[in-house]
Design a protein around this ligand. Sequence first.
Ligand code: AHR
Length: 623
Amino acid sequence: LSVNASEASGWKIPETLFGLFFEEINHAGAGGLWAELVSNRGFEAGGPNVPSNIDPWSVIGEESSLIVSTDRSSCFSRNKVALRMDVLCDMEGVKTCPARGVGIYNPGFWGMNIERGKTYKVVFYITSQDSVNISVSFASSDGSQILATANIIASASVVSNWTKQEVLLKATGTNPNSRLQLTTTRKGVIWFDQVSAMPLDTYMGHGFRKELVEMLASLKPRFLRFPGGCFVEGEWLRNAFRWRETIGPWEERPGHFGDVWMYWTDDGLGYFEFLQLSEDLGALPIWVFNNGISHNDQVNPATVLPFVQEALDGIEFARGDPGSKWGSLRAAMGHPEPFDLKHVAIGNEDCWKSNYKGNYLKFYNAINKTYPDIKIITNCDGSSGPLDHPADLYDFHVYTSANNMFSMAHQFDHTPRTGSKPKAFVSEYAVTGSDAGSGSLLAALGEAGFLIGLERNSDIIDMASYAPLFVNSNDRRWSPDAIVFNSWQQYGTPSYWMQQFFAESSGATILSSTLQASSPNSLIASAITWKNTNDNNNYIRVKIVNFGGNTVNLKISVNGLDPNSIRLFGSTKTVLTSKYVMDENSFREPKKVVPIQSLFKNIGENMDVVLAPHSFTSIDLLK
Ligand code: AHR
């Protein structure tokens, strides 16, 4: 492998090249990234009808002591359903309540992770004509072990109108499979609504599960595409993500049923929170909005204008002046400064649908007129020829076998360079099917080859992101995914770790390099140089994927770089490989397939590197 050290031999890789795509799929957000512990906090799952689906809430106590129902008496006008508890027992008298009380519990998303010493904020709304004495507690899944508890006592005059109750619970024990209980031993009728339990300790205090965001942050993502995917479209338009329903105080959000991935979300993780997360990650937000098209129904260009207005309002919400109609709502939510929204995507995977182009043009023209600086992304593939409509970027999605993915490193080699204005946004890529299992080394190697191809074609590719990002292991709707978690554990699949090798690429300079090999179809390489802002040093990184099953002895020369100027301490070799190519990580063995770093000592004119079979190697040379 011969690398030309001169920056003039290459070009600057786009600052935005590698980022993230977050979709609300697999309980990635509700019961995942969003740290809310209560599932169906407004008893609203199933929509505004009563009796409502209160799943996964359950009843504590016998039918003779307690009747639980729902009605539409909530104080929140956009989510009217409230839970009514008729308590028939009392502390004494004919019908005595059990000592632990009667009431309701919520097991969260397959168990709440309650940790000793940590503090949780529990908020809920109640009303009653009687005085109330409610015990709020975290308990083990069968209720036998109490991990934290507090009592809410209020007179009838206080709770005769809906009142907000707030309590901090400090856990005295740890249990990843806990539940939240609201119980009483006092006779009467109590209504509950909007019950929330959040750990105080969230990423930047913004409500995101810390360990999960930290995994994202370490990829140094330059953008965050959200909130889908198919989630944006819906099976039916009535179930698509509508940003206006997801902003403002959490108590007032109606929530919605995502009918593609088939679960309810309270929309605690709403449009504002996605923008906030992007900012917290130092990533540009890329908002994908519904374009009047779902999987099964669509509006036509003549009637799409309300959708266009919805998109314009959403942009104003993100970046409008705090004095503007929608910008003022953002300011009221605690973010007077505009978010850095510079990209929007008109729909997801809809190019082939009859109304796409007609609708697209309505959106494009309106957005372009009001916000000419915003880059607009079309769903139509522009990799093989010019598009018949204006766009700044075109979406490119690929899910395929490992072999195909590896050979698609050359997918963009022949894309016309001249006059091809829209650049590619490879917003979803992954090896899927039997090559991938639930996240294999083989899949990661195919993807690594593909990404090297993207780097090498980054004169015409602006952005790329793996999909899907997260899976809650209790609700695998799509496999594989980059990060697997449950209520208390998480690990990266090899595809997650593979992306770490590209964390420095965005904004770096790609160097020209030539690979001569006896097995050229199973090897691919690239070289970049960049200045590390942490240590202020310059590095060259050479990445090589050995997709084949044989060991390869590679000689690397960096022409134009005096080997004496390379520093031994600080130059490293990092390898992602494993014993078997189908090896995966798991909760039991989360680090079975992870990059291993060592010092790189073979510095010289010709640097010998042994590439293990089925491996991804990067050599970092510190200049
Ligand atoms: O990433 C999973 C799904 O794959 C996305 O929702 C969709 O865009 C694609 O078909």
